[in-house]
Design a protein around this ligand. Structure first.
Ligand code: SAM
Ligand code: DTB
Ligand code: SF4
Length: 376
């Protein structure tokens, strides 16, 4: 029997998706030896996803700075002097230019973020127009605009918004140390309005804000015990911003960050876990560990909202070195979709920015597949 077959035979059963995780169970996952935790997370990952496919989104700040909220990590809060250049709501035309550029570079989802407590009614027509027109370009759409009323959630859903991002940020217990102008319940309320309106949820948090492991456990428990898991779970590593109260917080052990990704993958097996802010501060090896631990989504493009993200050329090389290919949203688990996209790129003689040499690893898998069949 080949090694591949042995592994398959001893694969654990697929465990049902749960919404009743206890704190002690989540603590026990965090406490596993690192290799055992990663093995469990990687096993769950492969039961639900192609482990070599990563969903790729691009972010744009459509309204920057002067936010009335006091989130202690944020460059855009009006409460701190972060020397950020503020910008009013961008014109729809400008947003569409950026979306087009992101699509050409290989992003399948375009996320638009505004530094608002919540959108004003007079902003809604512009925002809805952005959703409609970006969607018409054939991209998935995501927005993060702060708190939403049920009516605003309904309007966004009707315009065709696919995802709404609204993070819980941390545990209910630590939350008061980070934000005072919006409550945890406010956030849960917005998530409920988004779900009721029929949109997909993108909700996660930030790791490395001086919280302890109990808070990372508490955050993941809140997310995993929502009535339905968020389809997308961004795990941000704090980007320390000069001028904010968290500018000098102690660095988090990178292995603890990888553990958080792994536990998120185990608790929410069918969700995309996004390796979100903070990649610029991670080396390639750490990112590779995060992908192994179950992260399967990233922000691609040289800017997040106000801070830097790795250069696109660097990410292309990283994908190539790891044999990772970008996920095609038309079929979230299909190799054919990726091949169709590749064929389309070849036919139109366009450079395929993120499909950079990915065929070599695909061929390698085909050869190895034949070999293990011969060995049997
Ligand atoms: N104003 C909206 C809101 O907070 O709901 C949307 C934009 S806000 C910038 C989106 C998310 O980005 C925050 O909830 C937080 O989780 C994340 N974020 C903001 N600043 C960050 C930082 N410095 N490091 C890591 N994540 C950050
Ligand atoms: C999320 O969880 N992370 C993104 C997105 N949702 C909107 C934002 C990250 C922001 C990082 C800091 C900045 O660039 O200002
Ligand atoms: Fe405003 Fe969002 Fe930043 Fe908080 S995280 S200060 S709500 S932009």
């Amino acid at each position: 029997m080949t090694a591949v077959q042995t592994t398959l035979k001893s694969s654990p059963e697929v465990v049902a998706v749960r919404h009743d995780w206890r704190r002690d169970e989540i603590e026990a996952l965090f406490a596993l030896p690192f290799n055992d935790l990663l093995f469990r997370a990687a096993t769950v990952h492969r039961q639900h996803f192609d482990p070599n496919a990563v969903q790729v989104s691009t972010l744009l700040s459509i309204k920057t700075g002067a936010c009335p909220e006091d989130c202690k990590y944020c460059s855009q809060s009006g409460h701190y002097n972060t020397e950020l250049e503020k910008e009013k709501l961008l014109e729809v035309k400008k947003v569409l230019e950026e979306a087009r550029a992101a699509k050409e570079k290989g992003a399948s989802r375009f996320c638009m973020g505004a530094a608002w407590r919540s959108p004003r009614d007079k902003d809604m027509p512009y925002v809805l127009d952005m959703v409609r027109q970006v969607k018409a370009m054939g991209m998935e759409t995501c927005m993060t605009l702060g708190m939403l009323s049920p009516e605003q959630a309904g309007q966004l859903a009707e315009a065709g918004l696919d995802y709404y991002n609204h993070n819980l940020d941390t545990s209910p217990e630590y939350y008061g140390q980070i934000i005072s102008t919006r409550s945890y319940n406010d956030r849960l309320g917005t998530l409920a309005h988004v779900r009721d309106a029929g949109m997909k949820i993108c909700a996660g948090g930030i790791i490395g804000m001086g919280e302890d492991r109990r808070d990372r456990v508490g955050l993941l428990q809140q997310l995993a015990n929502l009535p339905a898991h968020p389809e997308s779970v961004p795990i941000n590593m704090l980007v320390k911003i000069k001028g904010t109260p968290l500018a000098d917080v102690a660095d988090l052990d990178h292995f603890e960050f990888v553990r958080t990704i792994a536990v998120a993958r185990i608790l929410m097996p069918e969700s995309f876990v996004r390796l979100s802010a903070g990649r610029q501060e991670m080396n390639d090896e750490m990112q590779a560990l995060c992908f192994f631990a179950g992260a399967n989504s990233i922000f691609y493009g040289e800017r997040l909202l106000t801070t830097d993200n790795p250069e696109t050329g660097h990410d292309q090389k990283l994908f190539n070195r790891l044999g990772i290919h970008p996920l095609d949203p038309r079929d979230e688990c299909s190799d054919e979709a990726t091949e169709d996209a590749l064929l389309g790129q070849v036919q139109s003689q366009q450079p395929a920015p993120l499909y950079y040499d990915a065929m070599s690893s695909r061929e390698a898998k085909a050869v190895l597949g034949k070999r293990s069949a011969q060995d049997a």
